[in-house]
Design a protein around this ligand. Structure first.
Ligand code: AMP
Length: 281
């Protein structure tokens, strides 16, 4: 696996691969990798001849009060994990390289960023779409792989790629969970042992909603109450939002007709955890 730190070098490597007729996949990450990230890498390997994993903790998607500085980092471990997965290129630019002095261009996907996490993290998705647009232009992959763990992010990226005519296939991959159901996340590293236990309430609450729907419940209000009740049983958890919405437009739903996204963000200690499930009537 080759480590590339500079944009120009990344561009010319990709250009050469494309010219040689190779199909290129990109897996963007912020590092501190876990099985969720690796599942994206494996999907990329199955879909392309070359796999590039990017590792960039993007300052633009963190608000000043958020955890940019303390975001978990372990470059050597990440490098070893990607090497073991057979990744061809680890692209790891610095923040200075990505945002040169005088950088004033941002990509904003309107509307979809008003809901869910976007309502609580102003500017977050503008940072995400800006960096993803840059990565797509730098790497020029044929396909880019993302997780549905960040469901809203995936929808926003799909919208951006469609609206701005990026000729790139966007693939969403299912949430990878720990054995006990906790969605894998780099931020799980923030959890103490009791908090780790408390964090199981997210998955438990989603399971409860799934079970209600399986037994015929379609009423949004009742599903949301049941989910909140489950989360509120856990004294270490603090709900940021619980939302039942249309899986495409992300607009709130009163009831489930065919499919609904149930998405939540819950604070446990200093970790802001998100999780979701698509409920099918
Ligand atoms: P991050 O490093 O948190 O920015 O995540 C990089 C990519 O990995 C994003 O597309 C995430 O949606 C995806 N991802 C993160 N956690 C998981 C997970 N538990 N299962 C599947 N994909 C994930």
């Amino acid at each position: 696996m080759r480590l590339i730190l500079h944009i120009r070098e990344m561009q010319s490597w990709s250009e050469a691969e494309r010219r040689a007729g190779k199909r290129v996949a990109l897996v963007p990450t912020m590092g501190f990798l876990h099985e969720g990230h690796l599942s994206l890498v494996r999907e990329g390997s199955g879909r392309a001849d070359r796999v590039i994993a990017s590792l960039f903790v993007n300052p633009k998607q963190f608000a000043p009060n958020e955890d940019y500085r303390n975001y978990p980092r372990d470059f050597e471990r990440d490098r070893a994990l990607l090497e073991r997965e057979g990744v061809d290129i680890l692209f790891h630019p610095s923040a200075e390289e990505m945002y040169r002095e005088g950088h004033h261009t941002h990509v904003e996907v309107e509307k979809l960023d008003r809901f869910l996490c976007g309502a609580f993290r102003p500017g977050h998705f503008r940072g995400v779409t800006t960096v993803v647009a840059k990565l797509l232009n730098i790497v020029r992959p044929h396909v880019a792989i993302f997780g549905t763990k960040d469901y809203q992010q995936l929808q926003i990226i799909r919208r951006m790629v469609e609206d701005l005519n990026f000729d790139i296939e966007i693939v969403g991959q299912p949430i990878v969970r720990e054995k006990d159901g906790l969605a894998m996340s780099s931020r799980n590293a923030y959890l103490s042992a009791p908090e780790r236990q408390a964090a199981l309430c997210l998955h438990r609450s989603l399971k409860k909603a799934e079970s209600l729907v399986r037994h015929g419940e379609r009423e949004g209000g009742r599903i949301l109450s049941a989910v909140k009740e489950e989360l509120e049983k856990e004294p270490l958890a603090r709900i940021e939002y619980v939302s039942l919405c249309d899986p495409r437009s992300l607009e709130e739903l009163e009831s489930i007709r065919d499919q609904a996204l149930l998405a939540l963000a819950v604070w446990v200690g200093r970790a802001r955890l998100i999780d979701n499930t698509v409920l099918t009537a």
